[in-house]
Design a binder for this molecule. Structure first.
Ligand code: C2O
Ligand code: CU
Length: 432
């Protein structure tokens, strides 16, 4: 099979494994080898990694402001660590080996505990040799429920990823070949979305929580059979819902949309060759009770308002194929340095407002992720734009972000194209 060519759309709807515990319980996640039917039923199932017997792992639902405890048992034959992506949590719970914790060794259990401060759509994933462990399937949805949920008939998670499959239905074991790392990263030849429900009624109002859990692939998404609005990005409510057009999700980015079902629902990734179907959602029956009404605005996030920036830093992305030279000793670099160094890229006092200019001086797009915080993307007009934890900067472009560094600790700042991260695009900041 040519790995640049996708298989014919699988057109199967696999349902996300739902948690078997209530929101107030202790969650137990066991990282382990699993077998998942990624390909159509007529093809073999695939040996992968996952949690609690499934890939993706169970969807964790928790309540804003209430402490959760998650016991992670390592049932793998190598170390691991789990990162709760996008949650503004205590630094020592962030799941980053060597920076915030020791590895969870095989058969060990580590207890994570934190209070999620914001309602919204998040996810969890391995943060150890993540370009491989995530590519093998170590991911799941993490939902922080709203205190007052918007009026919808269903709340459905849509977690998408891609995988590089061999002819025999097994995962290819090439996760970090030099060519991929220097280009767009490990890209799959099969892409799928997993849904937490397999049926809606026509006329239903539905919230979709879209999560790009792929290691490197940017998903330009189109949803057919619906009309509605985007209500949140990276977990954070938009002040004004935006009309739903084509959405672009970089790796690790999320979008919440609220839509009315008008026909058979399809989730498509738009490619140069046309639409590639990620999942179908069957429509059966119709909802005759729902009255037309405007789409709800979600509760505004409770974040500190940025002050005047006290530092202005520049982070220049360098290297890769067709990129300029740099002094780092890996394929990619930030400001001429590859990989984590002893000294942080930035040192901030707690509460400091900082402007960072992200300059993409390479030939590839990069999705830059900051741990432990959300930041504002600054618009071309200089105004504060969307709050995000991962921002996509296209090749040759630059973007300013403004962040109030109010969460003490050592936080990673890296490209969430995980091949680029292992290829050197990683640094960290210190908030004291
Ligand atoms: Cu979603 Cu450093 O990761
Ligand atoms: Cu990158």
């Amino acid at each position: 099979m040519n790995r640049r060519k996708f298989l014919a759309s699988a057109s199967i709807t696999a349902v996300l494994p739902m948690p078997t515990f209530a929101a107030e319980d202790i969650f137990r996640l066991r990282a382990e080898a699993v077998v998942q039917q990624l390909l159509p039923e007529s093809d073999p199932a695939t040996a992968m990694l996952g949690f609690n017997g499934s890939m993706p792992g169970p969807e964790l639902r928790m309540r804003r402001g209430e402490r959760v405890t998650i016991e992670v048992e390592n049932g793998l034959d190598e170390g691991t660590a789990v990162h709760w992506h996008g949650i503004r949590l205590e630094n020592q719970m962030d799941g980053v080996p060597m920076l915030t914790q020791n590895l969870i060794n095989p058969s060990e259990t580590l207890t994570y505990s934190f209070v999620p401060p914001d309602a919204g759509t998040y996810w969890y994933h391995s943060h150890y040799i993540s370009y491989e462990q995530v590519a093998r399937g170590m991911m799941g949805a993490l939902i922080v429920e709203d205190e007052t949920p918007p009026d919808v008939d269903q709340d459905i998670t849509v977690l998408m990823s891609d995988w590089r499959m061999s002819e025999d239905g097994s995962l290819s074991d090439t996760f970090a070949d030099r060519h991929s790392v220097a280009h767009g990263g490990y890209l799959g030849n099969v892409a799928r979305a997993f849904l937490s429900s397999d049926q809606v009624r026509s006329g239903d109002r539905v919230r979709f929580r879209l999560i790009n859990a792929a290691t490197n692939r940017i998903f330009p998404l189109s949803i057919s059979g619906v009309s509605g609005s985007v209500v949140a990005l990276d977990g954070m409510a938009l002040a004004e819902p935006r009309p739903l057009a084509e959405l672009v999700l970089a790796p690790a980015q999320r979008a919440d949309v609220i839509v009315d079902i008008t026909g058979p629902v399809g989730f498509d990734m738009m490619t140069r060759q046309g639409a590639y179907r990620l999942a179908d959602l069957a429509v059966s029956g119709s909802n005759t009770l729902r009255q037309p009404q405007p789409i709800a605005v979600l509760a505004a996030p409770d974040l500190q308002t940025p002050g005047e920036a006290t530092q202005h830093l520049t982070l220049t992305m360098m290297g890769g194929a067709m990129g300029g030279r740099h002094d780092g000793d890996n394929i990619w670099a930030f400001n001429n340095v590859s990989d984590l160094q002893d000294d942080p890229f930035g040192s901030f006092e707690r509460g400091e407002t900082v402007r960072i200019t992200l300059v993409n001086d390479t030939s590839f797009p990069h999705g830059i992720h900051l741990h432990g915080h959300h930041f504002y993307e600054v618009g071309a007009d200089g105004a504060l734009g969307d709050l995000r934890d991962t921002t996509l900067v296209d090749a040759g472009e630059s973007r300013d972000i403004i962040c109030v560094f109010d969460n003490p600790g050592r936080w990673l700042l890296h490209c969430h194209m995980l091949s680029h991260a292992v290829g050197g695009m990683r640094t960290w900041v210190n908030v004291a």
